[in-house]
Design a protein around this ligand. Structure first.
Ligand code: SF4
Length: 228
């Protein structure tokens, strides 16, 4: 299933965080003005879309999960977060190639600061596509009393980046939006996000469950950190 009706937006706070502004401290007026100026170019540079598929969970062990059909994902944190889930939504989202081409163009013109900030805004725009999809799904499921787990992406937490391969294989008969995976498991276009989240049966607390791996994680600079 492919969805394209997303707002072309990003979280300015997360862009500043990605650019290195310490959380809770004010960013410089120059940074804010640069983001405001570049934001005017963003709608023309973004083609947000997501491809997703639902799979039942066949088994959860301490080391990972197995989906119906045999795909296995190895990650103890993922297994713990999905212990009570009945199914997962696997997804690949992108904002397309136009933004990174514009970043390249500005680099060639030696407008390095603008290129750097635009690149960060592109990353957060791709992240925002997933966040909109996640919140929309959570809202829809809530109507029948069901919930969602936290979401995870290969390369974060203890889920190895090379698990992009089995994740992408789930879309092999359903090419995900012309997003390609390199031999080193990086996505092209770069402003793409892949991952999954669990679907919880009715009666189980979702969205902000008791188990959040970020609470005990020492990776302080992680841009995907979740807090309750
Ligand atoms: S901070 Fe959270 S999302 Fe980031 S690596 Fe740690 S557990 Fe994973």
């Amino acid at each position: 299933m492919i969805v394209t009706d997303f707002k072309k937006s990003f979280d300015t706070g997360k862009v500043l965080r990605l650019l290195g502004a310490a959380q809770g401290r004010r960013a410089s007026g120059g940074s804010m003005r640069r983001i405001d100026t570049l934001a005017q170019d963003m709608p023309a540079l973004l083609q947000p879309r997501i491809s997703y598929r639902r799979f039942d969970i066949a088994a959860v062990s301490r080391g990972g999960i197995e989906l119906d059909g045999g795909t296995r994902f190895k990650s103890p944190k993922l297994a713990k977060a999905l212990a009570r889930a009945e199914a997962v939504y696997c997804f690949v989202a992108t904002v397309g190639p136009a933004l990174e081409m514009e970043v390249q163009r500005r680099m060639q013109k030696r407008r390095y600061a603008n290129a750097y900030v635009l690149d960060a805004m592109g990353s957060m725009s791709a992240e925002n596509v997933v966040e909109q999809f996640y919140r929309r799904t959570a809202r829809d499921l809530a109507e029948s009393g069901r919930g969602v787990t936290l979401r995870f992406s290969p390369g974060y937490c203890d889920w190895p980046l090379d698990q992009q391969r089995p994740l992408f294989a789930l879309f092999s008969d359903h090419p995900p939006l012309k997003v390609e995976l390199s031999r080193s498991c990086l996505m092209s276009p770069r402003k793409s996000v892949s991952g999954l989240f669990g679907i919880l049966p009715a009666g189980i607390p979702g969205a902000h469950p008791a188990y959040n791996p970020c609470s005990a994680c020492s990776k302080r600079d992680c841009i995907a950190r979740r807090s309750h």
